[in-house]
Write a protein that binds this ligand. Structure first.
Ligand SMILES: [Zn+2]
Length: 232
């Protein structure tokens, strides 16, 4: 059985990088946090927002859950893990941006799609991912003949819009947005390629946010950087 020494080695490197090599940052962090953004991402092990954005401690306030969902504003009973973290980020830390980051091959969204055929996805997961049921129903209605994989990808993106809408059902989110103090964003990460897209709220289309790495581009860059030779 693989052991966890990989993680312990990682902690050692992390301590050196952020504390050994950067005492100023460590001092600032011990005084408090002032993250620029709240990022709501999936729990999926392949989609780590801090790794993906190359952030340092203190940069991102984060909520991760199955299928990166935001529930609607529902005061009252229940344990509101997502809503309380959202409240803390918006009302107390006063983040200026909220990013919902969905991704391809999302197990939570696949589970939601399967539920349309009566498949069970577990005691807690089913109720949770059902937050995005309107997204699934819309996709199945609009593209009934597409392969299941295409429907799932479309639902992953549509579910981001549901969460963006739900975000605005929280009165203090809506208020800060109307005051120009808070912006909300939808991102979509492709696990297979590393490409990141953003939701253009005007066109409702996902567009490339960061030009994708490609080996062809890298080779061109290497050729450009190559020092001139004296060959004639
Ligand atoms: Zn996921």
């Amino acid at each position: 059985m693989p052991d966890i020494s990989k993680f312990i080695d990682g902690v050692s490197r992390f301590q050196q990088q952020h504390f050994g090599d950067n005492p100023k940052l460590a001092d600032e962090l011990s005084r408090g946090q002032k993250p620029l953004a709240l990022l709501i991402g999936c729990s999926d092990s392949r989609v780590d927002p801090a790794l993906l954005t190359d952030c340092a401690p203190g940069d991102l306030f984060m909520i991760r859950n199955v299928a990166n969902l935001v529930p609607p504003y529902e005061p009252g009973g229940g344990f509101h893990g997502v809503s309380s973290a959202l409240e803390y980020a918006v009302c107390f830390l006063e983040v200026e941006h909220i990013i919902i980051m969905g991704h391809s091959q999302c197990g939570g969204i696949n589970g939601l799609m399967g539920m349309a055929d009566g498949s069970s996805v577990g005691e807690f997961i089913g109720k949770w991912v059902n937050i995005a049921a309107p997204a699934r129903d819309k996709i199945l209605k609009e593209m009934p003949d597409e392969p299941p994989e295409e429907q799932a990808h479309a639902c992953e993106k549509e579910a981001i819009q549901i969460s963006l809408n739900n975000l605005q059902s929280f009165p203090w989110v809506k208020e800060r947005m109307s005051q120009g103090k808070l912006m909300i964003h939808g991102w979509y990460y492709n696990i297979g390629t590393g490409q990141l897209k953003f939701l253009n709220q005007l066109t409702k289309q996902f567009e490339v946010l960061v030009e994708q790495y490609s080996s062809e581009k890298l080779l061109n860059k290497l050729a450009e950087d190559k020092p001139p030779t004296n060959e004639s």
